[in-house]
Write a protein that binds this ligand. Structure first.
Ligand SMILES: Nc1ncnc2c1ncn2[C@@H]1O[C@H](COP(=O)(O)OP(=O)(O)OP(=O)(O)O)[C@@H](O)[C@H]1O
Ligand SMILES: [Mg+2]
Length: 228
């Protein structure tokens, strides 16, 4: 089955790690439609990060079907890196920024990974992101010289730098106060409007779910409810 409107489609997906006794993700079927802000919620350990990694092509499922931009994903993990580098941006749960790189170097890192020959410079396209995120004056600083909110906005800039169709963000507001957390989510909504991106966000912060187009609630690796 192919669908262009779905960025990602999961059908009856199961996942376990080599040393896990039970399934970590059980029988999950969801569609991630383009230009949407989708939240994955639930208590610690229910499988939010695991599901996010499967959606963002950072890990593969064991059973079920995964389609990315209509293409069926093979679970041997082959050829995923190209599809991922061209289409997915990440904000990680931990290790947001690399401490001994400047803000500018951190932001440009995905381009360097994709093509080491790319000239290590900002262009107009990237500059417009920096302006929206209000971090254009911070480019020569190191991460320890930034506030938590600024660090998260830099991490968001890095996730956006290869113009991804899909951005997956794992607790992107985890260590922010409510005001800065709202700012990050509002910026995500801006990027959806302006650049036709899609965001999937794992979070504990239920206050933010009011901004979502869809909230997927997990318990013990299963979907317990979906609010649209
Ligand atoms: N690499 C791994 N190897 C083995 N087990 C893992 C691995 N990563 C996660 N797990 C286990 O899988 C389950 C789901 O973990 P996951 O990180 O997806 O949860 P989570 O919902 O993101 O939790 P949190 O809110 O604390 O980040 C947990 O029981 C965890 O111990
Ligand atoms: Mg997690």
């Amino acid at each position: 089955m192919k669908s262009i409107l779905n960025i990602v489609l999961l059908q009856n997906v199961y996942k376990k790690y080599p040393d896990s006794r039970d399934w970590v993700i059980k029988d999950i079927s969801i569609n991630i439609e383009e230009k949407k802000l989708i939240f994955i919620c639930g208590p610690s350990g229910v499988g939010k990060s695991t599901l996010l990694h499967i959606i963002g092509l950072m890990d593969v499922a064991n059973e079920g079907n995964v389609y990315f931009l209509g293409e069926k994903i093979m679970f041997d993990g082959k050829d995923l890196s190209k599809l991922r580098l061209e289409n997915v941006g990440f904000m990680f749960q931990y290790h947001y920024l690399i401490e001994n790189l400047t803000v500018k170097e951190n932001i440009l890192l995905p381009l360097w990974v994709k093509n080491k020959k790319v000239f290590f410079e900002l262009n107009d396209y990237i500059n417009q992101y920096l302006t929206i995120l209000d971090i254009e004056k911070l480019l020569d600083r190191f991460p320890y010289e930034l506030s938590g909110g600024e660090q998260q906005r830099v991490a968001l800039a890095r996730a956006l730098v290869n113009n991804p169709k899909l951005v997956v963000a794992d607790e992107p507001t985890g260590n922010l106060d409510q005001e800065n957390a709202k700012k990050i989510v509002t910026l995500m909504k801006d990027f959806i409007e302006k650049f036709d991106m899609t965001f999937v966000v794992a979070t504990h912060n239920l206050e933010l779910t009011k901004f979502a187009d869809k909230v997927i609630n997990l318990k013990d690796g299963k979907i317990v409810s979906i609010q649209v």
